[in-house]
Design a protein around this ligand. Sequence first.
Ligand SMILES: Cc1cc2nc3c(=O)[nH]c(=O)nc-3n(C[C@H](O)[C@H](O)[C@H](O)COP(=O)(O)O)c2cc1C
Length: 203
Amino acid sequence: MSSDVQTRPELDEAGRALLFSEARTANSFASTPVTDEELAQIWDLAKWAPTAANTQPLRIVFARTDEGRARLLPHMSEGNKAKTESAPAVAILAVDTQFHDHIPALLPFRPELRDVFAGDATMRERTGDFNGALQAGYFILAVRSLGLAAGPMAGFDAAGIDAEFFPDGRFRSILVVNIGHPGENPWFDRLPRLDPADTLSWV
Ligand SMILES: Cc1cc2nc3c(=O)[nH]c(=O)nc-3n(C[C@H](O)[C@H](O)[C@H](O)COP(=O)(O)O)c2cc1C
């Protein structure tokens, strides 16, 4: 008897816990450094997760020097400054508003989609924002998969960050993520998650 069913391996409980059930958002970080190799590895994993028409609109700036952090800190909201100051590395996640320019290379069997996006600003912005946010989620999971802790933050002055890091206006910041090993008292109390009764329906 032949079968065309391909079985896939599964993550074990420890892997699932590392990515999901036991993973926490870090609010303070140890001084243990995070290497540029580790940061590059985060993206080497996250880049494989899917986006619509393979558009991949997310762009990342890794700030991991005193100078880089000094440029970022004034734009973080007051409640986020101390966290960002203690993180050995910080990623600024942004959407490339001209992501469609890459379509001929990224979707070679349908290069004309570039021009469809070029002619429809609403579709372009929605696609960029939605898929950039998806990639931001993948990014957080990739951080966790390497045994590092992530601290995502939306509390920042986006216009300030964009003027400082993306002065030509092409990239638009969407999220800042502290990255490192947890420091002292790193976790807030775990907040409840919605019940399946509130989130799931079955048809
Ligand atoms: C998109 C996004 C924005 C967030 N913004 C902030 C922020 O500005 N400041 C902050 O302290 N935490 C921020 N958080 C952290 C969340 O409050 C935290 O991840 C959530 O409560 C779950 O915590 P847990 O992972 O420890 O269970 C943000 C998280 C996400 C995903």
